[in-house]
Design a protein around this ligand. Structure first.
Ligand code: UDX
Length: 459
């Protein structure tokens, strides 16, 4: 069985390399010639642990190739996975479906042997059925082409492991034959005991958005309680530990902090609301609007806390450590850390930024910020240090190690990764999300209202 993977971003490049690792011959297709050249030379254009090695191994073995040609892919492949992006449409919460539609149309027009197209992108419910019509209307006569849906649940930073050993496989299929094709593709994982759920198109599409909506809700739930403990008193980490011990709740995804970002959760909950609205069910998913707002208010809270700790922001030196949306990634899409750094800059602060992997991508997005190549350089003249992504390098900070590098004795722990009593005892002033910082007791009402306003660059 020959496999093509259309779109070689995070999802597609990982899927292509992992399919090659499973023993298939794989052809990756991207409309970006520069990306195809880079991948063909075994160079991965983004950061993902373990993936560069896999890519190099299979490019060298000849099992994994890349092209820009739909004609080549359509003539060669038996199963065509589609993993192109569905970004948020500017000025709307809805997903931009143009890349998926164009990929499926190009495939339908170019497939010259019986094949199955398998959608992996995260899409609004109803997409697979609509694409099926596009395929029927555009495929070549005499060639059998149909569609299945197989959502991807991979997490950045764990993409290879999540693809090779997923916790479940979900496939939306229109016939037992298509189920059997996908069972062959995933035979190794199935043999290892990974559960496979075969269902209809709509359920398969919804499983993905429901999972992401649930995860976003879980994070915003604990962050809403942070808002309470910041004013009423209490410790959000202990609260999360205690409720997390209830097996029905579970501790994972209850880490309070600056909230969720990245290329999936924020856009997916907005796209789900938009789709529900189209279906006349706006109220059913309205709670997600609240989850989105809770999430964005966390960013405003860090700006507020910075101002409280420094007295004012104008021309004050602030070092921001961590601007990727999470550690072990260079992805700064909708990143809370980068959004906060930019907001502080807009409010007049002198911001220096350091991230172990995200500086280059962040520079492309906000070129006006001052990016430095090491923690040491970033904190050199700082009056306040913000830790906004939980990289190991920042988790390992101690009051003594940091005090040797910076005149600052003020720090904000945006991810609840530092042991507060140690910093307190060492004479540092430490602010955090989910614990009371003394000025918070007297938040004037206009400041409280300001916290309602989302910060900076909501895409
Ligand atoms: C997510 C889903 O986990 C994955 O299944 C889906 O396929 C794509 O979207 P990813 O975007 O890689 O994956 O990131 P994830 O690890 O889920 O984290 C999302 C965001 O939530 C990050 O910004 C992270 O810092 C934040 N987060 C996560 C918290 O703030 N608290 C938590 O407890 C967990």
């Amino acid at each position: 069985m020959r496999i093509t993977v259309i779109g070689t971003g995070y999802l597609g490049a990982t899927h292509a390399a992992c399919m090659a690792e499973l023993g298939f011959e794989v052809l990756g297709l991207d409309v970006d010639p520069a990306r195809v050249v880079s991948l063909s030379q075994g160079r991965l254009p983004f950061h993902e642990p373990g993936l560069p090695e896999l890519l190099k191994k299979h490019v060298e073995s000849g099992r994994l190739r890349f092209t820009t040609s739909y004609q080549e892919a359509g003539a060669w492949g038996d199963v065509h996975f589609v993993g192109v992006g569905t970004p948020q449409l500017p000025g709307s919460g809805a997903a931009d479906m143009s890349f998926v539609e164009s990929a499926v149309l190009s495939l339908a027009q170019n497939i010259s042997k019986d094949s199955l197209i398998v959608g992996k992108s995260t899409v609004p419910v109803g997409t697979a059925r609509r694409l099926r019509e596009i395929i029927r209307e555009n495929k070549r006569p005499g060639v059998s082409v149909d569609i299945a849906w197989n959502p991807e649940f991979l997490r950045e930073g764990f993409a290879v492991a999540d693809t090779l050993a997923p916790d479940r496989l979900v496939i939306g299929v229109a016939s037992p034959e298509h189920e059997s094709v996908l069972r062959q593709v995933y035979a190794a994982a199935i043999a290892d005991g990974v559960p496979l759920i075969a269902t209809d198109f709509e359920t398969a599409e919804l499983v993905k958005v429901a999972a992401n909506a649930f995860l976003a809700t879980k994070i915003s739930f604990i962050n809403a309680f942070s808002e309470l403990t910041e004013i009423a008193g209490g410790d959000i980490r202990t609260l999360a530990d205690a409720i997390g011990l209830d097996e029905r709740i579970g501790r994972r995804f209850l880490n309070a902090g600056v909230g969720f970002g990245g290329g999936c959760l924020p856009k997916d909950i907005r796209a789900l609301q938009a789709r529900a609205g189209e279906l006349g069910l706006e109220r059913s998913m309205r709670f997600l609007q609240e989850m989105d707002q809770i999430n964005l208010r966390r960013r405003a809270r860090v700006v507020w806390l910075s101002r409280s700790m420094l007295g004012s922001l104008s021309q004050r030196n602030i070092a921001v450590l961590g601007i990727t949306f999470k550690p072990d990634s260079d992805d700064v899409r909708d990143s809370p850390g980068l959004d906060i750094a930019n907001k502080l800059f807009e409010d007049g602060a002198e911001v220096t930024v350091y991230d172990p992997a995200g500086n280059a991508n962040a520079h492309r997005r906000f070129p006006h910020l001052n990016y430095l190549g090491s923690l040491r350089d970033a904190v050199k003249n700082a009056e306040l240090v913000l830790v906004l992504t939980e990289w190991e390098e920042f988790k390992a900070l101690t009051p003594e190690s940091l005090a040797a590098l910076t005149p600052a004795r003020k720090i904000i722990d945006g991810r609840n990764i530092l042991e507060h009593s140690i910093w307190d005892d060492a004479g540092w002033s430490i602010g955090s999300l989910g614990r009371r910082y003394w000025p918070a007791r007297n938040v004037p009402s206009q400041d409280a209202a300001q916290l309602e306003v989302s910060s900076g660059s909501v895409p």
